[in-house]
Design a protein around this ligand. Structure first.
Ligand SMILES: NC(=O)c1ccc[n+]([C@@H]2O[C@H](COP(=O)([O-])OP(=O)(O)OC[C@H]3O[C@@H](n4cnc5c(N)ncnc54)[C@H](O)[C@@H]3O)[C@@H](O)[C@H]2O)c1
Length: 440
């Protein structure tokens, strides 16, 4: 099948690569010439395990191409995926300007039947706006061309995006047009060959499903974070509580970790957008508002512990910081808790020696030349000359470090662990002062 993917970011590039892997001929469009240059030269602009090899393989086979040429992109695919960003507007609602611009381009240039599929996370009702935008452009041209609109929200997890796309738990498709349904079934059949996991529904329900999923996941995290704070007051251990409740199949173990807050390009903005959508609909989501507030506070929980230990003025103190990306296996720094923590440590006069296995480059770009931040080339190098260690992202290589070297390197032998990687008892026997989240 001929497929165009509009927007070649985390979602668009993974979608394009995985669809081409199944034999489709995919053309990925982006308005960012730098991204397309990197891709055309055989690289990828993001870090995502397994993606580079897949992109290179399919480019070599002639099934995956990249362009900045809108005419070429619109002409190419019968299916036109829209996978552009939907950042939060000032009032928290999703800004649809990129989605609508992509839809207008399609209406402005199409010459035959197209299925316009929204893969970006968009508020309920966006399908109608996309349809209207395409139709308006066709009307301007005085053309009567057939097209269909569908919704296909993406549930991939950054860091495991290729595996998630290739073996999805479910494929949600919102479509009402018979031709669109047939084409989407054919496109996804290879991904759900083992047993059908495509869920067909109306467009509004599909759009809502994506927000509902992220809202549920964010709620689980904030729920555990809030319980962790109570556990600390009560002398209980949130890790034991987690296992105690996670073993109930109605609850399950996934997404039940207490930590230093969720970040990333999805949860914060999607929670905000859903709150706004519900408010506009006259049905405010009280629970979700609390989820957001709890998360904002949780991003500072490590700094609170540092201040309790060292006092409000941190001048003269140096903190090693392990993990900058918002989660492991990605270089994505969007809304990362590390940014809030670094900001607050610097504001209080501290110095930060940060290390991340892949996100340092991106963090350097985001933080620019913030005075007081130094980027170390390894976890061990970050510890040199530091008073204490702050763990923000649970990369695998931080899970079993050389504890003797860690203790010797840290002047105060203190660890603030925002991801509960270590056992408090073990730390005690090692002579390390340990501050986890919600640990007894
Ligand atoms: N990142 C994730 O893990 C994830 C998961 C599921 C859903 N989503 C959703 O998918 C959408 C995209 O997210 P992302 O993380 O891939 O964003 P991204 O910022 O990485 O990529 C978006 C790309 O779209 C390009 N773009 C913008 N306007 C364009 C236009 N008119 N034509 C062509 N290209 C254009 C941008 O240059 C950018 O490269 C968002 O709605 C997001 O909420 C993201």
């Amino acid at each position: 099948m001929k497929v165009t993917v509009v927007g070649t970011g985390y979602v668009g590039l993974v979608t394009g690569a995985c669809l081409s892997e199944m034999g489709n001929h995919v053309l990925c469009l982006d308005v960012d010439p730098e991204k397309i240059r990197v891709l055309k030269e055989g690289g990828i602009p993001i870090y995502e395990p397994g993606l580079l090899e897949m992109v290179q393989r399919n480019v070599a086979a002639g099934r995956l191409e990249f362009t900045t040429n809108i005419e070429q992109a619109v002409a190419h695919g019968t299916i036109q995926f829209i996978a552009v960003g939907t950042p939060p507007d000032e009032d928290g609602s999703a800004d649809l300007k990129y989605v609508v611009a992509a839809a207008r381009n399609i209406g402005r240039l199409m010459t035959d039947f197209k299925v316009v599929v929204d893969k970006s996370t968009v508020p309920v009702g966006t399908g109608d706006k996309v349809k209207a935008a395409v139709q308006e452009e066709l009307d301007k041209r005085g053309l009567k061309l057939d097209f269909a609109v569908a919704s296909n929200p993406e549930f991939l997890k950054e860091g495991a995006a290729v595996a998630d796309f290739m073996r999805p738990d479910r494929v949600v498709v919102g479509a009402e047009d018979e031709r669109a349904i047939l084409l989407m079934r054919a496109l996804y059949a290879p991904f759900v060959r083992n047993h059908d996991r495509m869920m067909l529904m109306d467009i509004r329900s599909a759009e809502f499903t994506k927000y509902a999923a992220n809202a549920m996941l964010a709620t689980r995290i904030s729920f555990m974070n809030e319980l962790a704070l109570v556990a600390e007051k009560l002398g209980a251990d949130i890790e034991l509580v987690r296992q105690g409740i996670g073993s109930d199949p109605r609850i399950g173990f996934h997404f039940l970790y207490a930590g230093c807050g969720y970040g990333g390009s999805c949860f914060p903005k999607d929670v905000k957008a859903l709150i706004k959508t519900a408010e506009d609909a006259g049905q405010p989501l009280q629970l979700l508002q609390a989820v957001e507030e709890v998360n904002d506070r949780q991003k500072l929980v490590l700094v609170d512990k540092i201040v309790k230990r060292y006092g409000a003025d941190l001048s003269g103190k140096t903190f090693a910081l392990w993990g900058l990306a918002f989660k492991p296996n990605t270089d994505d720094m969007r809304e990362a808790p590390s940014l809030v923590i670094i900001d607050e440590l610097l504001r209080r006069g501290a110095r930060v020696q940060a290390f991340d296995p892949v996100a340092s480059h991106e963090a350097r770009r985001v933080l620019q030349d913030r005075e007081g931040v130094h980027f170390a080339t390894s976890g061990a190098a970050a510890l040199e000359g530091a008073h204490a260690l702050v763990i923000v992202t649970e990369w695998k290589e931080f899970r079993t470090p050389d504890f003797d070297a860690l203790r010797s390197a840290l002047a105060d032998k203190v660890v603030f662990d925002g991801r509960n990687l270590y056992e408090p008892e073990l730390m005690k026997t090692l002579g390390i002062e340990y501050h986890g989240i919600g640990r007894a």
